[in-house]
Write a protein that binds this ligand. Sequence first.
Ligand code: BES
Ligand code: MN
Ligand code: ZN
Length: 484
Amino acid sequence: MRKSADVASVKADLLVVCLPGPPGDLTGAVADVDAALGGRVRAAVADGEIDGKAGAATRFHSGSALAAPRVAVVGVGEGSAEDWRSAGGGVASLTSRVATKVVAIVPPADAGTAEVGAFVEGLGTGVYRFDRFTTSSDAPAPPERLYVHSAAVRTADLKRADRVVDAVNGARDLSNTPANHLTPTDLADHAKALADGIAGLSVTVLGPSKLEKLGAGGLLGVARGSDEPARMIVMRYRPSSPARPGEVLGLVGKAVTFDTGGISIKPSNGMEEMKMDMGGGAAVIEATALIAALGLPVEIISVVPATENMPSGRAVKPGDVLTALNGKTIEVINTDAEGRLILADALTHAAREGATRLIDFATLTGAIVVALGEVYAGLFGSDDEWTRLVREAADSSGDLAWPMPLHARYAPLIASQVADLSNSSNKRQAGAVYAAQFLREFTEGVPWCHVDVAGTAMVSGKGTGFGVRLILAVAERLAEPAPL
Ligand code: BES
Ligand code: MN
Ligand code: ZN
């Protein structure tokens, strides 16, 4: 058997070796580490302290037995991508207590780019911290470098994983940034800066006068209450040779940079969390730039409607009627159901600008949080084949999404006495379905999926970057030529 590296000579603050679960006989690097440590790893396995469960990481001090002063044995379970991501996360948590500048991993010989890449993702997203607004901290700095000692994995192949980490963490930064530091204009500027220098990617930002001409009454209606002007952020990616010529992936993301509820104001307790109401838009912006930077052969149009939802003397009021971009009229029953108003215009705009399939990401309803919690996002779809593709992409990416229904018999929910549609009903029924059913009216018949990320975009007050990896996984599927 080929030895992947001489573990004793690997220089790092923390050396990582991997163990499947349940563990069999120790082999490869972990056996070498065990031998150097005089059988301590085997002893820990024998008494069950080390069980190989994905993400379970145990640290040993190596004394003078290895060049690295500390070594971590991390479980990789059955070896799925999710298991390897957990392993990276487990190692990340070991680096949060002691300063660990350099991490080195000696993966098993049968671990390739997919496995090690997933480890890199787990580590890079696991060491993430949001410290932009803390002026002092006792916590040690996160690792600066990861060395991979493997004949099977080339550093260049890990570029994808590095970029995924940057995009997920970038989306988290946006969600975590307070609304006074991330206005709709700031978000638009961020999208422009991100796209700068990426081949084939361009960004156009529509302000109030352009939106007026378009007739984007939903977005403008919500923005009326705020002193911050609305922005519709449009990103286009045109690869040089698309895998499916004529196909255009339309991505739409809700970006309410702060949701007070408007005149239908929210209770003050916990309202600070509503700085994350742009998490869907953040995922769309970061994923669009990621896909373009990776050069995937998929044409994309992304539309992110951005605004605050504020109460004021000019704000939209319950009972007001707005006219959406597609001409449909909407009675605003509840100004806190603002997401669907701005997404309505964005979906229509994406379809009219050429999207041949649509998917939107939105922190849309409290009802989806009640239904699915923080594990699964809600997945709605108007087209079985497209919905299946998205669901498979969700499973493989780790950004999980569970199917929810749409049905013509829900239609009476969204009826209004005075306009074509109402944005909310007083019936406390099927709140997440209501919102999806409403959005469908603005999709121009284009195959469409809606992902309600209200429960998954922020967990324990921290942005997750949910959606970035799911969008990438969707794009990777569309980067394959269409099946016959
Ligand atoms: N942004 C909220 C939804 C939300 C809730 C996101 C919890 C994240 C966590 C959305 O704009 C909203 O207020 N929805 C209302 C709709 C209702 C008034 C029909 C809701 O779900 O209560
Ligand atoms: Mn709201
Ligand atoms: Zn909202």
